[in-house]
Structures are given as structure tokens and as C-alpha cells.
Design a protein around this ligand. Structure first.
Ligand SMILES: Nc1ncnc2c1ncn2[C@@H]1O[C@H](COP(=O)(O)OP(=O)(O)OP(=O)(O)O)[C@@H](O)[C@H]1O
Length: 614
């Protein structure tokens, strides 16, 4: 284990000072709505008012909510938050109501439970490159984790760390930056939350910001939040989900998680951050808005996480991300720790890493961009005009006893709407989610799907990343994406946390651009490859002759591997510094049965990568 001192200077240790942003108070604002008990079509309901009337509550947010004496309320820890006083972490008393709300009961169907293949994660080869890579841990223990975090991990009923968690915990504890790539559903969220929260629990908050020398707790005007940790995520739903996880693991601690995202009432979000904001999860656009309004400062940020960073670039967020990281008041790369997580790491994101990370460890659990063997992948040849009837056949053949949820991906918002209406007309309980629906409609659709009231959801790529919905047993790619990484994330909505899942993809000749990548993926995951698919692959000529705007297929995109180690053409490197800077870093390790990096030198013939579809 590397014993190097953390790069972050925790000059706040063992001191006593007021938190920069601890205003005390309840947490009832950023409410998530309680499910409606109407029919199965979330659209058909006439209860829209209820969703617009500030109705809050339900399992996510119904504690707190008191009008006065908030500080006192907070001090007593009744809101589930502790404090940091005189250099010591004061853990709040237990609150069974909050505990039930956060962690559920052992057999709650709406919670993700680990599946029969959870232990098999340990068989996945892990590879790490970089200087002096710390060794992984094998259990949740203190040290290296803070003992209070262990209590919360136990409440979440996690018994063993997943591979990405095993390695991220010591890497972050040693003050290192990290680019981590692990298969969908294998616990990346804990991979960044555990080590960050653990360090925050041990070391306490940052000192009050220098620009507020006369800072007084309880000031009512010009309140500004100074989060110590910032997590950027591409979509509102993913940001909310990360926030819910952060709330679990921060329970009873001094750390107050917050979430902000576009499409929702900004005043409610401002009220929420006014009450304390130590670990902020945000979508980039809304965060820029709050910075511009002077409500958030990043001057005290010690931890920066970019979750699904490649998706954020695809969505055109690079200018906002660069502004947040480079042009506002966030500490520079040497004065913070930066972590990037995804299941796929195409080349362009690794170029961004050059600017945002320092001497980082590149960690890959399994081959980067691979799919979990817990997902059985079927590829069906279906012509465009036959898709609807084949879909109905599949849905009819799913036994009633199968209480699982089915997620159907289509390429356009319009087809999400038309297909869901078609399914409803065909007597299937369906809803849809896509970028043209309002935030309220999106939340309602997701909730109706999650709770099983509409066990079928038609979605665009907006639902492809990160969403952790228990009991999704079948993912259908009604339309295949043009980028294989998107396929990886989409099917990853099933087969999570060691559970098994089924994926069906409709393939026809319009999808031949992904055929080689698809075959490669299927092979890696030990899946059956239909002979007709191999025939299409053989027929498809001139791979690589029409690369996508993102650089073509898996191989030629040059991503999905540690760029420093494998180099790439100078144009691929996009002006990287000297070869010394990005030469091979020694000291890496690999465990498990090896694997190596695949990927040929071919492009994606269908590679017109567009952002407007989702
Ligand atoms: N150590 C653990 N033990 C048991 N369950 C875990 C553990 N870590 C995470 N989980 C559960 O596994 C599920 C998947 O975790 P998570 O959402 O973090 O996956 P992910 O790797 O981020 O997936 P994706 O790539 O799709 O974003 C969650 O329901 C989470 O609660």
C-alpha cells in the first residue's frame, strides 16, 4: 500500500469552527412525490394538480418540515444529521422513522437486493495502471473506512465491497485521483461515495471561506453554499438517485447532501442548499445557473466526481463542465481530488481527464466497456415494419407470474410516445420517458414504472445511464443505438448487483454499423451469436472507412483503455503534452485471469452521432 500523504491539505483537522454552510433545518423541500394510485397509464390521470401543488412527502422527504427553531432542531439531530464540533464528529441519535425511509425493510420489493451472482464479481479481472497503485481491500473494515460509515453500510445491508469499491476506497484514502471503469450495476456509486464520505467523516468540514470573514451562522441574506464535495451527473434522474444514495450513507453524520438539476423549481433548490450543502450532486447547467446567482461557491471543494462523464460530453456539457472546473473558484487540480466513473471510457473523455486529473490511477474492472455476464443477450432479426408485432409477441409470451419490469429503448422521443400509446391501446400497461416530457412527467413516469403500476416503460437514451431500478428483468432494444457504448449502458439497466437479467435487441440491416462491435461484446460476455449476425458482419464491407464523429468503433476510437499506457496517434491524443508526460506509467497491477484489451481497427459505419434523439 502506498503510504504517500494525501495530496489534499486538510488544514481543518482538529479545529473547531462553524461550518461554512450549516444553517440547520429540515429537509422537506426537494420532495419526491408519492406515487399516485390511479390506473396504469401515468398519462391518463387527471390528478395533475396534485403534482403542481407543491405536494411533497412520501418516502423520500417527509421528515423535518418544521417552520421554526430549525437550528435547535438540527442541533438535536432530529433531522438525521449530526455536526462537527471542536474537532470532533458528533453523530446524531438514531431516528427510526428516517432510517426506515432511507434504508427500507429487508424484504422491500422496491429496493435492489443482491442477486445470486454477487460473489461472481470477484472473478472479474481487475487492472490498474498508474504510479504506486494502492492495493485493494477485501472487506468493509475500519480502517481504512470511518467507523460511522460502516454503520450506514450495514444498515444498507451491504456485506462485501464490489470490486470497484475494493480498489477505490484505498486509492481515494491515499489522496489519489482516479478514473474508474466498471461494468453496469457493479456499485460505482458506492465506489465514489464511500471513500469520500469516509474522509469527510474523519476530517470534518473545510474552514470558513476567506471571503466571508464576518460570517455569522444564521445570516439570512446572500447565503452561499460551499460544498466540500461536488458530483456532476448528466441527467436529472441520475443526479436524484446519487443524492438518495448520499443521504443513506451520510445518515447521522455532519455531511448534508444536496441535489440541484434543471427543469425543477430553482427556488426550492436554493432553499434546500441554504439549509446546508456539503456534498452537492448537480447537473452541469443548473449548477452554472446557481453559481451565476451567487448561491454556490466551489472554493472549498476538495472532491470532484464526474459520473458518466462520457455521457456529459455527448450531451454537449463540456463548456459548462470546463467552466465549473476551470473558470470558477474551484481549487486547482493539485488542491482537490478528482474522480471519474463510467462503464465506458471513449477517447474524448480521456482527453478531458488530462486536464482535470493529476497522476491518476486508471482502474478497470473487467474489460472496459464490456457487459455483465449476468445479462443474457438475445439478438433477433426484425425488419422495421415487423417490430411492433414481434414486440407484442414477446410481451404476450412473458408469463404473468413474471412480475419483472420491462424497459424498451427507442431512438427518438416521438417513437417513445407513439410506441407507448400503441402498447396502451394493445392493453399493456406502459408509460414513457424522454427529454421532451416535463420534469414532473418524467418523475411520474419513472415512479409509475419503479412501483410496477406501469411495468413497461418506453424510453429514449435519457434512461440509459446509471438508473438503478430494482426488478428490471428485461431490456428490449426496439431500436439499436448507433454507438455500442450506448448499448452497453442500456442493457445494464438489468442484471444489476449480481441479479440476472434478459436483453433482447431487434436488429436489421440498418444496424449493420454496430455489427462488429456487437459481436465482439457478445463474445466477451460468452453469449450466443446467431449465425446470421456473423453473415451480416462478413457482408458488411469497409469497416473503418466511415468512422463516426466520435472517432469510429471501439478500436479506432482509441478509448476504453488507459490512454497514457496505450498511447495513440498524435491526432488522437489531441495535443497531449510530451510523450514523457503520457508515457507508460509503471507500478500498475492486474489480478484475476487477465483479459487484455480487444478492439480492432474499424470504424462505425453508422456513426452519425447526434444529440437530438434523446
Ligand atoms: N457492496 C455492495 N453490496 C450489495 N449491493 C451493492 C453494493 N454496492 C452497490 N450495491 C447495489 O448495487 C446496485 C448497483 O449499484 P450502482 O447503481 O452504484 O451501479 P453502477 O456501477 O453505478 O451502475 P451503472 O453503470 O449502471 O451506473 C445498487 O442497487 C446498489 O445499491
Amino acid at each position: 500500500m502506498n503510504s504517500a500523504a494525501p495530496a489534499v491539505n486538510w488544514n481543518s483537522r482538529n479545529t473547531s469552527f462553524p461550518r461554512a454552510d450549516a444553517w440547520g433545518g429540515s429537509r422537506s423541500e426537494m420532495g419526491y412525490s408519492t406515487p399516485q394510485r390511479s390506473g396504469w397509464s401515468d398519462r391518463a390521470s387527471s390528478q395533475g394538480d396534485r403534482w403542481n401543488s407543491g405536494y411533497r412527502g412520501g418516502r423520500y422527504s417527509n421528515y423535518g418540515g418544521r417552520g421554526g427553531g430549525l437550528d435547535e432542531f438540527s442541533r438535536r439531530g432530529e433531522d438525521g444529521y449530526g455536526s462537527w464540533r471542536e474537532g470532533l464528529h458528533k453523530i446524531a441519535p438514531k431516528n427510526l422513522h428516517i432510517e426506515r425511509d432511507l434504508f427500507g425493510l429487508p424484504d422491500d420489493p422496491d429496493r435492489q437486493h443482491t442477486g445470486i451472482n454477487f460473489e461472481k464479481y470477484d472473478d472479474i479481472p481487475v487492472e490498474a495502471s498508474g504510479n504506486d497503485v494502492p492495493e485493494g481491500v477485501s472487506d468493509f473494515t475500519s480502517p481504512p473506512l470511518d467507523s460511522h460509515l460502516l454503520c450506514n453500510i450495514e444498515l444498507a445491508r451491504y456485506t462485501t465491497p464490489t470490486p470497484v469499491q475494493k480498489y477505490s476506497i484505498p486509492i481515494v484514502a491515499n489522496g489519489r485521483d482516479l478514473m474508474a471503469c466498471a461494468q453496469t450495476g457493479s456499485g460505482k456509486t458506492g465506489g465514489f461515495l464511500f471513500p469520500i464520505l469516509s474522509e469527510l467523516f474523519k476530517h470534518g468540514p473545510s474552514p470558513p471561506p476567506p471571503e466571508q470573514p464576518g460570517y455569522t451562522r444564521g445570516m439570512s441574506r446572500s447565503r452561499k453554499a460551499y460544498p466540500v464535495g461536488l458530483i456532476l451527473a448528466p441527467t436529472r434522474e441520475l443526479a436524484s438517485q446519487i443524492y438518495e444514495e448520499a443521504r443513506k450513507f451520510a445518515y447521522r453524520s455532519w455531511v448534508r447532501p444536496c441535489v440541484v438539476y434543471g427543469g425543477a423549481d430553482i427556488s426550492a433548490q436554493i432553499r434546500q442548499i441554504d439549509r446546508g450543502c456539503d456534498l452537492l450532486t448537480a447537473t452541469p447547467g443548473r449548477l452554472v445557473d446557481l453559481i451565476e446567482r451567487g448561491r454556490v461557491s466551489l472554493s472549498q471543494t476538495r472532491y470532484l466526481v464526474l459520473d458518466e462523464a462520457d455521457r456529459m460530453l455527448d450531451m454537449g456539457f463540456e463548456p459548462q463542465i470546463r467552466r465549473i472546473v476551470e473558470q470558477e473558484d474551484m481549487p486547482g487540480v493539485n488542491d482537490r481530488q478528482t474522480l471519474m466513473f463510467s462503464a465506458t471510457f471513449p477517447r474524448d473523455i480521456q482527453i478531458l481527464a488530462r486536464d482535470f486529473l493529476k497522476d491518476y490511477v486508471f482502474l478497470s474492472v473487467g474489460r472496459v466497456g464490456s457487459t455483465s455476464e449476468n445479462i443474457t443477450q438475445k439478438i433477433e432479426y426484425v425488419e422495421e415494419e415487423d417490430k411492433r408485432s414481434v414486440l407484442l409477441d414477446i410481451l404476450h409470451s412473458q408469463p404473468d407470474s413474471d412480475r419483472g419490469l420491462t424497459l424498451i429503448f427507442v431512438e427518438t422521443k416521438r417513437s417513445a410516445d407513439t410506441l407507448s400509446v400503441y402498447l396502451i391501446q394493445s392493453n399493456f400497461p406502459a408509460t414513457s420517458i424522454h427529454g421532451d416530457r416535463s420534469q414532473r412527467e418524467r418523475e411520474r413516469a419513472l415512479d409509475s414504472f419503479r412501483t410496477g403500476r406501469t411495468p413497461i416503460m418506453v424510453a429514449t437514451a435519457v434512461a440509459a445511464r446509471g438508473l438503478d431500478i430494482p426488478n428490471v428483468t428485461h431490456v428490449i432494444n426496439y431500436d439499436l443505438p448507433t454507438d455500442i457504448d450506448d448499448y452497453v449502458h442500456r442493457i445494464g439497466r438489468t442484471g444489476r448487483a449480481g441479479n440476472i437479467g434478459l436483453s433482447t435487441a431487434f436488429f436489421n440491416r440498418s444496424n449493420k454499423g454496430v455489427v462488429r462491435d456487437l459481436i465482439e461484446l457478445l463474445k466477451e460476455a460468452n453469449q450466443e451469436i446467431p449465425s446470421w449476425l456473423e453473415t451480416v458482419a462478413k457482408e458488411t464491407q469497409s469497416y473503418g472507412s466511415r468512422g463516426s464523429s466520435r472517432g469510429g468503433g471501439r478500436g479506432s476510437r482509441g478509448g476504453n483503455r488507459d490512454h497514457r499506457r496505450f498511447g495513440g496517434s498524435s491526432s488522437e491524443r489531441g495535443g497531449y503534452g510530451s510523450s514523457n508526460e503520457f508515457g507508460y506509467y509503471g507500478g500498475g497491477y492486474s489480478s484475476g485471469n487477465g483479459g487484455g484489451y480487444g478492439g480492432g481497427n474499424y470504424g462505425n459505419a453508422n456513426g452519425n452521432y447526434k444529440q437530438s434523439w434523446w
